[in-house]
Design a protein around this ligand. Structure first.
Ligand code: ZN
Length: 272
C-alpha cells in the first residue's frame, strides 16, 4: 500500500512593516495580526488594565525580530515608553489593515460630514531622539517656580504604567490622575528640623511613592504642575509620532487638521 502524498499548502508570509521607536530608537519589524489576535483585542473591553495587558501582549507577539532585551514580555515593557508604543501601533495598523484608511469627520464649523481617505505613511510626522544618551536612564532635577520643591523627572516605561494600573483598591479615576505624575520619579521638599538643643537645621523630605507624589501635587500651585509638564515635554515628551489629516470642508470652505490617535484608531479598525 502506498501512502498518498499529502497536499502541500501554499506558503504565505504575513505582511511586515518596519518601525523605529521615537524615544528609545529601536528598530522593529512588525507583522500583521492574525484573526485570533484581532479577536483578543475585540474581547478586551473588560477593564482598562486587562485591555492594556492584552494590547501589550499582542504588540509583543507581532514583533518579528525579538532580540535582547525584547525576548520576554517583561523586557519589552521595561524598555519601551508610551510614545514608543505609537510606533508599534502604527506598524501593526499598516501591516494588518493597509496604508490607506477611510475617515468620516464632522466639520467643526458647519457640522457637515466629510468623508475621504488618508494614507498613513504620508501623514506621519516623527520627532525621534538622536542623541547618545539612554533616555530611559536619564533623570533631570528641576526646581518648581513657586513652592521651590525639587522634582526629579524621568520617562516612564510601559512597565511603570502597567504597575500603576495594577494597583488594587484605588479608583480608576485616581489611577488615571496618578498616571499624569508618573513622569516624576521623586519630589524633594525643603524643610527644617528642630534639634534637642533647640537649633533649627535644614532638612529635605523625599516623596517617591506614586500615590504620595500625586497627593503632594494636588496641594501645590497649579503653575508648578504646569511647569513640570512643560519641562518634561521639552526633555522627553517631544520625541513622538504625530498624525494629522489635512481637511477641507466643501460646504463652508473651512480648512483644519484632524489629529489621529493611534490607540483609538487601532481599536476602531479591530472592531470594523
Ligand atoms: Zn464646514
Amino acid at each position: 500500500m502506498q501512502v498518498k502524498d499529502l497536499p502541500t499548502m501554499k506558503k504565505f508570509t504575513f505582511p511586515v512593516y518596519e518601525v523605529v521607536t521615537p524615544v528609545t530608537g529601536r528598530h522593529f519589524l512588525v507583522r500583521a495580526m492574525t484573526v485570533a489576535q484581532e479577536s483578543l483585542i475585540r474581547e478586551s473591553s473588560t477593564s482598562d488594565s486587562k485591555r492594556l495587558q492584552l494590547l501589550y501582549q499582542v504588540l509583543f507577539d507581532c514583533i518579528e525580530n525579538k532580540e535582547p532585551p525584547f525576548t520576554s514580555i517583561e523586557g519589552f515593557l521595561k524598555n519601551l515608553t508610551i510614545n514608543d508604543l505609537d510606533a508599534l501601533l502604527f506598524g501593526v495598523i499598516v501591516s494588518t489593515y493597509g496604508e490607506t484608511q477611510d475617515y468620516t469627520v464632522k466639520c467643526p464649523r458647519c457640522e457637515n460630514e466629510i468623508k475621504g481617505k488618508f494614507v498613513l505613511p504620508e501623514i506621519i510626522d516623527i520627532t525621534a531622539y538622536d542623541g547618545n544618551e539612554d533616555l530611559l536612564l536619564k533623570e533631570v532635577e528641576i526646581e518648581l517656580p513657586i513652592s521651590k520643591y525639587k522634582a526629579i523627572l524621568k520617562v516612564p516605561t510601559l512597565y511603570d504604567e502597567r504597575m500603576l494600573n495594577m494597583n488594587k483598591g484605588i479608583s480608576k479615576d485616581i489611577i488615571s490622575k496618578m498616571g499624569e505624575y508618573l513622569i516624576v520619579k521623586k519630589l524633594i521638599i525643603p524643610g527644617v528640623e528642630t534639634t534637642k538643643t533647640g537649633e533649627t537645621i535644614e532638612k529635605e523630605y523625599i516623596v517617591d511613592k506614586a500615590i504620595e507624589i500625586y497627593t503632594t501635587f494636588t496641594n501645590l500651585p497649579a503653575a508648578d504642575a504646569k511647569f513640570v509638564r512643560k519641562q518634561w515635554d521639552e526633555l522627553f515628551g517631544k520625541y513622538r509620532i504625530k498624525l494629522e489629516v489635512p481637511m477641507h470642508c466643501s460646504n463652508c470652505d473651512n480648512e483644519f487638521k484632524n489629529p489621529i490617535n493611534l490607540l483609538l484608531e487601532f481599536f476602531r479598525l479591530a472592531w470594523q
